[in-house]
Write a protein that binds this ligand. Structure first.
Ligand code: ADP
Ligand code: MG
Length: 323
């Protein structure tokens, strides 16, 4: 089974940032209000994520690190209306198979916490430990037993950049939660919870972007679009500043990016890309999130309708403000 996990890890855990993404999603799914990320050496030496979520009992810990064990899908049918960020149950098993993983966790109903250690896929029995309610995950020496992956790691600075991006996506998707990111003892971000999305956006991208936000909003019976399209003056040379969230999950979608460029047609010079922060909400049945191991790409049951909805919303808003 460890070989299987190592292969699965190849798909899900590409680099330290993949670990951070998976663990942050778990903390959000656990209902955490405050999540702290600490990394050393771009995450290759240490990744520590602590949350104040629901925690796990001593009995749950070995299951959490076992392959294809998820507590989030009661039955197969549930796969067609996923409401949590995770559901495949392979992240922790994958991470544990290619690193030294320590989990300390405690639920609100327990007087004391439990600790479990996994080293290169070998799972030890949980032992009691003192810890606050919530979960602390520590990953050391990522890829120590997969030399090829290890060799492909870039400099600590590059890996840290990817981690910052993963952190940014989750923190943007969850402005109502407190996130902290510390790298080599330096606090990079300390983001208090806010009800205004523009505050969270400003924390990451600063004044120029914050000043250029044009609010957009639309609602039909099923698809809700909200957020900000930015003024054409802050356009970029690439499309990396197009943040789209679907039901709280960051996604990249070619067709939606196309709708965005269509909406800005005539407003931007050739080769320039609009900046936007968009949230879309729709019934879970209208989207399949199980098409990609890292769930970055999704499939809509009616892609044309979603495309049209976004384009129409953006066009209408620009008519109101820009022309
Ligand atoms: P998935 O998120 O797809 O269920 P994971 O491998 O990421 O799979 O996690 C396995 C299980 O471990 C989860 O279903 C959940 O029950 C538990 N778990 C993981 N992280 C946390 C956390 N931070 N707090 C509470 N439970 C967690
Ligand atoms: Mg998960």
């Amino acid at each position: 089974p460890n070989l299987v996990n190592k292969i699965a890890a190849g798909e899900v855990i590409e680099r330290p940032a993949s670990v951070v993404k998976e663990l942050l999603e778990n903390s959000v799914d656990a209902g955490a209000f405050r999540v702290e990320v600490t990394i050393n050496g771009g995450g290759t030496e240490l990744i520590r994520i602590s949350d104040d979520g629901c925690g796990m009992t001593a009995e749950q810990l070995p299951l959490a690190v076992a392959s294809h064990a998820t507590s989030k899908l009661p039955d197969e049918e549930a796969l067609f209306h996923v409401h949590t960020l995770g559901f495949r149950g392979e992240a922790l098993a994958s991470i544990g198979s290619v690193s030294q993983l320590t989990i300390r966790s405690r639920t609100i109903g327990d007087d004391c916490g439990s600790e479990i250690n996994v080293r290169g896929g070998v799972i030890e029995s949980p032992t009691p430990c003192g810890c606050p309610v919530g979960t602390v995950m520590e990953i050391r020496n990522l890829f120590f037993n997969t030399p090829v992956r290890h060799r492909f790691l870039k400099t600590a600075q590059t890996e840290r950049g990817h981690i910052v991006e993963a952190f940014t996506r989750i923190a943007l998707a969850n402005p109502d939660k407190h996130f902290v990111l510390t790298s080599n003892d330096k606090t990079l971000y300390d983001l208090p919870p806010t009800t205004r999305w523009s505050d969270r956006i400003a924390e990451f991208f600063g004044g120029e972007i914050a000043d250029s936000l044009i609010p957009i909003e639309s609602d039909d019976s099923q698809i809700r679009v909200s957020g900000y399209a930015c003024d054409p003056s802050v356009s970029r040379g690439n499309n990396r500043m197009q943040y789209m969230f679907l039901n709280g999950r960051h996604i990249r979608d070619r067709s939606l990016q196309h709708a965005l460029s269509e909406a800005y047609r005539g407003l931007l010079m050739v080769g320039r890309h609009p900046v936007c922060f968009l949230r879309m909400e729709m019934p879970a049945e209208m989207v399949d999130v199980n098409v990609h191991p890292t769930k970055l790409e999704v499939r809509f049951t009616d892609g044309g309708r979603v495309y049209g909805r976004l384009l129409q919303t953006l066009r209408y808003q620009f008519l109101k403000t820009n022309m």
